[in-house]
Ligand binder design. Structure first.
Ligand code: MN
Length: 248
């Protein structure tokens, strides 16, 4: 099982959650929201080769943590994965749009300088802007658009520029989400949960809840869960291989 975008460091007991992931042999990309969280999360949570911690600066707090972009630039040499970065065009974050753009661009430039990275990207209410910035910074690496919620046209633009997608149970609960996922190339999809931010009946989702996404994918693709799991593992191997190569 694969959770390519969650926040292990934000569960009440991160180590316990990570240990459970190890016990269940789940592949996890644990993204961070601030560069200052990265080193300690990496030490604490990379408890097996299946867990990786990504270096991030979340767009929803970019205005509060803009000073940490220097640390981001310092750390990127040691980070194989970047996330969560991106833009959020929701009304609550619009006021900080300019800062968000500055931080997103600086993070991408740092990734370019470092030779390219796998990038887990937030694009809520900002798909067109995110795609524009990414298309002007192709050397930054391979973008994985997490919980994509743009229009079908924006999705086509993202597909055309080579983006990958991580999709979770919450996205797949809606018809709109399902119809977007049905349009995505199967060989560029990974599962995610975005836990603990996502909830089911008031309880935060854990990485093992990615299985719910597998279930929905099986019904969308009209195949068996095993087939979906095989495809997803193939995709994971592919993206890991791409990440270990020089990405430009
Ligand atoms: Mn997230």
């Amino acid at each position: 099982m694969i959770d390519f975008h969650c926040h292990l460091d934000l569960y009440p007991n991160p180590v316990e959650a990570a240990n459970e992931c190890v016990a269940r042999s789940i592949y996890v990309l644990s993204v961070t929201t601030t560069p200052s969280a990265w080193r300690v999360s990496q030490r604490l949570l990379e408890r097996s080769g299946r867990i990786r911690v990504a270096l991030g600066l979340h767009p929803q707090i970019a205005h509060e943590r803009r000073g940490e972009i220097d640390l981001f630039q310092e750390l990127i040499g040691d980070a194989r994965y970047v996330g969560e970065i991106g833009l959020d065009g929701g009304p609550e974050y619009r006021a900080h749009w300019k800062v968000q753009n500055e931080i997103f661009l600086k993070a991408l430039e740092a990734a370019s300088k470092a030779g390219g990275r796998i990038l887990s990207i937030h694009s809520r209410h900002a798909a067109t802007a995110v795609i524009d910035v990414l298309s002007q910074n192709r050397d930054a690496g391979l973008p994985v658009l997490h919980w994509f919620s743009g229009t079908p046209n924006e999705l086509n633009l993202a597909i055309d520029m080579g983006c990958w997608f991580s999709v979770g149970p919450t996205m797949l609960n809606s018809e709109r989400g399902q119809s977007l996922v049905a349009q995505m190339p199967r060989e560029r999809i990974l599962t995610e949960t975005d836990g603990p931010f996502t909830k089911n009946q008031g309880m935060p989702l854990f990485p093992w809840d990615a299985q719910r996404a597998v279930k929905t994918l099986a019904s969308l693709w009209q195949t068996h869960e095993r087939e979906v799991e095989g495809q997803l593992m193939e995709n994971l191997r592919e993206i890991v291989a791409l990440g270990t190569q020089h990405l430009d």
